[in-house]
Design a protein around this ligand. Sequence first.
Ligand code: PLP
Ligand code: COI
Length: 336
Amino acid sequence: MEIDWKNLPFGYMKTDYNVRCYYRDGKWGELEVSSSEHIMLHMAATSLHYGQEAFEGLKAFRGKDGQIRLFRCVDNARRMRTSAAYIQMAAPPVDLFIEAVEKAILYNERFVPPYESGASLYIRPLLIGSGAEVGVKPSKEYLFLVFVTPVGPYFKTGFKPMDVMIIRDSDRAAPLGTGHIKVGGNYAASLPATVQVQQLGYATSLYLDAKEKMYIDECGPANFFGIKEDSYVTPQSRSILPSITNSSLMTLALDMGMTLECRQITVEELETFDEVGECGTAAVITPIGKIFDPQTNRIYTYGDDAGPVSTKLYERLRAIQYGDVPDPHRWISIVE
Ligand code: PLP
Ligand code: COI
């Protein structure tokens, strides 16, 4: 079957292989390559009942030179370890994580989209408690798995502004909960809001801090940022995921001579930004055109086109990812 690289959605496509590794008797085994899309799982596995599950998302890009570039894999490996530690799971060592990711890419090389398509290979490492328990306690056994799938933009608009809605009647994460790690429960908790806003015609939800509902937290499955004159402003909060994309944009903003502000952002402050957007591996940078606050009926508007600073950041990030420009911060590793 021919793949229509230019029109790929952000979704699952079957690829040839995935990579697996089992943790048993207190240690990780050998990496295994599988062509099955299915896993055998005990019906009492802790992942199924008590949410012992963490995942990652990262991307590989094919450059003009044909080489495959993997973006900041070591940071995803470390974040998976942080997620796992919090919910008491054994986690793959950084080297094992990277080896599994590289193997999954190479075994599926034909699915890495061509340079011209603007698409990429999305890599999804997954860690689950696989041991049977009925009492609430950590599993003694784990499965670490990596699958890949070629993807296009997460939001249909791509790099065009989308509209979002502030959410006040549900929370994706508790103030001292699991918002800062990448575990499945956060995404389950985000579903009521996601479905609600999409039914109203918004692309995604803008979450406020769960305790006071005063400050911006996150935007759908991505971090939030605002541009104010020459400042890049992004929320500081215990309950948002430390985004690797956001950290990259902060570095690029500094490179561009901008000032960085990581701090609380009140809802009222929204009207003072020149540009706002969301950022993440899947979302890359997606500019926000309008923010609707249902409590006040206010609509904050930022225009129908991406702003100049968001555009510059987007272009710089993409150029590094595809290898069009040098990689001064050593974010890229070549997979061969
Ligand atoms: N916030 C949430 C809740 C996410 O799911 C993601 C996606 O991974 C992000 C932020 C962005 O993080 P990253 O840039 O590391 O992909
Ligand atoms: C990512 O950006 O990699 C994510 O994990 C978002 C996602 C949950 C689709």
